[in-house]
Design a protein around this ligand. Sequence first.
Ligand code: FAD
Length: 319
Amino acid sequence: MPCPRGTPFSFELYPPRNEAAAKALPETLQRLAAVGPDFMAVTYGAGGSSHASSLNVVKQILSDTTVPVMAHLTCIGSSHEEAGRMIREFLAAGVTRFLAVRGDLPADSPPDAPLGDLHSAAELVQLIHRIQAEREPYREIPVPGLPRARAVGRREKVTIAVGAFPNGHPSSRSTTQDIDTLLAKQASGANLAITQMFFHAEDYFAFVDRARSAGVTFPILPGIMPATTPGVLRRMLELSGEDLPAELGIQLEVEPTDEGRREIGIDYAARLASRLVAGGAPGIHLYTYGRPQTALAVLERCGLIDQQHLTTSNQKDYA
Ligand code: FAD
């Protein structure tokens, strides 16, 4: 079943990880921007590992497209001062939407590796709001008819999204803890949540019900990633800690052709997106991760964009 036209959608990309991706970036951004997403989000490596490249992509989106950008920021391993510097740099670049996540230490870190001064995403949300308030305590608004006069207006509020985990964060001890964490993020000033990738619409609906009953009021945007090969599916399970969706896993394993596997992944993601939207999800957030063409194909299958956006270029997915 197609999604109603006008259903909001957004993309998440990571900064280029190889030469092919870097070369393809300008065209990738143009092709994604051309379909009118609500925003494009750019990931940020934990510990600042992708600082320069993330900021670069953010600046390119701001200068080369009219699509609002959402900059991810992480805090693990950073001192208070380093986190503040990072936030100021992104604000100075013109970013007004953030996704604040804690980040993870590298898997091979020693058990006593320093966690940094900020221990949770909620603390990072607070710091972004505080720094934004210090930078711009109020806004000056032109007064019509009085060219030199300025009225004092309320300062522009930044949007701060946070991560949400429909099937629990891997280190969470209970489903209650996941909801409590989300409430803490809301209390810190977050105004949107984007979910970790998941495979079953029921998991999202049950999570949203629990969150609403506990008092979470901000929109919870479902994150979807198309699994187009067994390798991509494995990577998704690693990233999310989700259980293997057996039916999809088997279909991808037995299908002999690349094209057939791609079709299976696109179809699964499009059906999931349609069910989510039909059940009340406020939009769709697509993890593109090196596969912009696949993300566009999912949107086309959902009826949200026209086919012309898939066929006018010979640009390929590069991961
Ligand atoms: P937190 O909200 O701080 O929570 C982490 C864990 O600590 C949870 O188990 C929570 O229950 C527990 N916890 C937190 N606060 C408390 C408390 N006060 N008391 C008790 N327990 C608590 N990683 C990157 O490195 N870069 C990215 O760009 C990135 N983007 C992401 C985008 C999305 C949409 C999502 C869902 C995840 C993303 N991640 C990213 C991964 C994220 O960094 C990891 O999942 C990380 O382990 C948790 O981050 P968090 O912000 O949810 O942390």
